[in-house]
Write a protein that binds this ligand. Structure first.
Ligand code: AMP
Length: 395
């Protein structure tokens, strides 16, 4: 019987996963290097340790009936260690091995019969030359491992950019990808149980800024034939990877092309909306999948828009949230992080509308109400100053 869920990673995804798991009656232990993490603040216990600390990883396994993770840059050896100790890790290390390495991941996707942007692996100056010769410009170069939120990525427009990217990558294996002038970026969250049954959330349309998710619109404005191909690709990839848990597949849509960009074997930022706009959230779906509970098909309650609240580096106090909360169809989520560094994910809100256009208009208006100010410049009542926390590596 599963009573305690262990989560590797202490960011906001772990926090929302924990809140849903606790509602469902589970205990939660998280392991995260920085104390008082967004997840640690709401979990029953936080083990403060590095992700490669074998003793601490063993401790997490010993205290949990099932272990999961909220981001993919966990050392594979830590997952392998847990598995060697007969701990139940979901999704498995085999899933993580493929998805934490862009070269392996894109090759896997292509071998499964799904389309991707044309790419070449680049690990040396010679390979870079070959990649440029075959794919030309513009392109995007990305480190194969460890990147997230646009980190470890370079847009390569000419030979000069290629040289800079190669130099800054400092010998790290990279993927050189043809730039896709996509019409839309979409993603889909699915969840798959150990019995192979799976469910899919509505397809969302995502807008990024500097590689960081900015806005999610649901349902995506996508024609039904393309939507069907998105669903089929995502189901196929989950099946081939034998994922147990929630996962997200991101796509570029260009004309008739449906190109897989990335697979995240975990709950995902583009699924935050599901806490408020579907009758079951991605977090609950993940808990159900990893705890062998029945999966049910998510149902959209109304068109919705989710906007991330990102730090600007101008201050740590969020102003305007009281005005934002005047909108009755809006839910505000803040993650308990103290420092609102530039583009740091501090929170999000989701707003429902009678149409996508209405939800978008309300969301844009909501965002215009929010700003950050330094905590020293006290002007009236401090707004939503939130608990102490440290940066966490959540997506
Ligand atoms: P990723 O880390 O691969 O999800 O990339 C972050 C964001 O960069 C994506 O969501 C896109 O907006 C953009 N991006 C990544 N790869 C490409 C590409 N090959 N062509 C155009 N834009 C890209």
């Amino acid at each position: 019987m599963i009573e305690t869920i262990g989560i590797l990673g202490g960011g906001q995804l772990g926090r929302m996963l924990t809140l849903e798991a606790k509602r469902m009656g589970y205990r939660v232990v998280t392991l995260e290097p920085l104390p008082n993490s967004p997840c640690g603040q709401v979990a029953d216990e936080q083990i403060v340790a590095a992700y490669d600390d074998a003793r601490a990883i063993g401790e997490l396994g010993a205290r949990s009936d099932v272990v999961t993770y909220e981001f993919e840059n966990i050392p594979l050896e830590s997952i392998r260690l847990l598995q060697s100790q007969s701990r139940n890790v979901r999704p498995s290390g085999d899933v993580l091995r493929v998805t934490q390495d862009r070269i392996l991941e894109k090759t896997f996707v292509r071998d499964a019969g799904c389309a991707t942007a044309a790419f070449e692996a680049v690990t040396s100056a010679d390979e870079m030359q070959n990649a440029v010769a075959s794919l030309s410009f513009p392109a995007v170069m990305k480190t194969s491992r460890g990147g997230y939120d646009g980190k470890g990525q370079w847009v390569v427009r000419d030979a000069g950019d290629a040289e800079v990217a190669l130099g800054e990558a400092r010998g790290a294996p990279c993927i050189y990808e043809r730039f896709v002038p996509f019409e839309r970026e979409v993603s889909i969250i699915c969840a798959r149980g150990s019995d192979g049954k799976s469910i899919a959330f509505p397809i969302t349309e995502n807008v990024h800024d500097h590689g960081v998710l900015d806005t999610t619109i649901v349902p995506a404005r996508l024609d039904s034939a393309l939507a069907e191909r998105v669903r089929a690709n995502a189901a196929l990839l989950g099946e081939r990877l034998q994922i147990v848990g929630a996962y997200c597949v991101e796509f570029f849509i260009l004309g008739d092309d449906v190109l897989v960009n990335e697979i995240a074997p975990r709950v995902h930022n583009s699924g935050h909306y599901s806490l408020d706009a579907t009758q079951i959230s991605q977090y609950e779906a993940h808990v159900r999948a990893i705890c062998d509970l029945p999966l049910v098909q998510p149902r959209l309650l109304a068109p919705a828009v989710m906007m991330n609240i990102l730090g600007t580096g101008e201050g740590d106090v969020l102003e305007g949230s009281a005005e934002l909360l005047r909108e009755p169809e809006l839910k505000l989520h803040l993650y308990g992080k103290r420092h609102a560094a530039l583009r740091r994910k501090m929170g999000h809100f989701t707003v429902l509308g009678s149409s996508v256009a209405e939800a978008l208009a309300k969301a844009s208006e909501g965002r215009s109400l929010l700003s950050w100010r330094p905590s020293t410049a006290v002007a009236g009542r401090p707004m939503m100053q939130i608990g102490a926390s440290q940066p966490s590596p959540s997506a």
